[in-house]
Design a protein around this ligand. Sequence first.
Ligand SMILES: Nc1ncnc2c1ncn2[C@@H]1O[C@H](COP(=O)(O)OP(=O)(O)OP(=O)(O)O)[C@@H](O)[C@H]1O
Length: 325
Amino acid sequence: MIEVRGLSRTFQAPQGEVNAVRGVDFTVAAGEIVGFLGPNGAGKTTTMRMLTTLLRPTSGTAVIAGHDLLGDPVGVRRRIGYVAQGGGANPAESVVNELMLQARLYGLSKSEARSRIAVLAGRLGLDGLEGRLVSSLSGGQRRRLDIALGLVHQPPLIFLDEPSTGLDPTSRNNLWDHIRKLRDELGATVFLSTHYLDEADALCDRILIMDRGTILVEDSPEELKGRVSGDTVTVEVAPEGVAAATAVVERLPSARSVIPGGNTIRFRTEHSSRTMVDVMHALESSAVDIVSIQVDRPSLDDVFLALTGQPTEELHAAAAAPAGA
Ligand SMILES: Nc1ncnc2c1ncn2[C@@H]1O[C@H](COP(=O)(O)OP(=O)(O)OP(=O)(O)O)[C@@H](O)[C@H]1O
């Protein structure tokens, strides 16, 4: 459904050239839900904008839903839906008019459009907001409208740029259900970027991790987690004990990648039960009081940290920032 070869984009900026995307290759099969992860500035939005015909590649090729990206951009546009980070709804229009206009632009009859809008409004929590002006919606309501606008014509291929940023947990879950239904009931293919690793884990068949314009890995969430060996141990202590506890843990031969936080010390180990006993003994003899100890199997956060060297707290902070920030 998506076949990308050697796709690049260079921007000319006052401080020099920015190689935002550096010759990426990947494919997405029909019916897959693929997640696009990466730190800020990795090149995700630039890639999405190229694949949705909004930005011309500097070099490379792609075939999108059977149409050549450069040779037949109109054909590509007809077959895709794109929900951009900032959205594109007209603030002066009503919710229902925006949805109707979009549906009619894609050739739906009035009655088809009405029934699609009713289903989408129900699934995305827009019920009761149809008559409201777009400008009067809350941030989360507006995000749900943006998503509905990208989906109303039921495209076979859907691009979603950070779709759940700004949504509350219930709306996120509803969105995930809707995306799964689009795939399971209509066979849609979904390509989405996200800063939430739990979202990628819960929703995606496959994940591409991008950093500095290149794709570092692509695999299923399970396979990616399998690449990180060992467990993560988190020891919670009083804030004033963190420095002493970090020094103690760093001396243990079985603890690696030790990261102190506000009142925790996190590290990785191959032998979590043995190491926990060692940690408890060592901290006890150093008179550091332990509040709690927790052992976790590898998560996508660990994969991300191992690959990009960036803790996912930064991703979460980026995701919490207003859309377009
Ligand atoms: N129009 C532009 N002119 C100059 N540089 C740009 C332009 N658009 C993007 N860039 C640069 O290209 C790089 C990739 O940006 P992009 O928006 O694709 O990253 P991203 O992975 O989507 O980041 P985020 O997670 O913050 O949305 C960044 O260094 C960015 O500053």
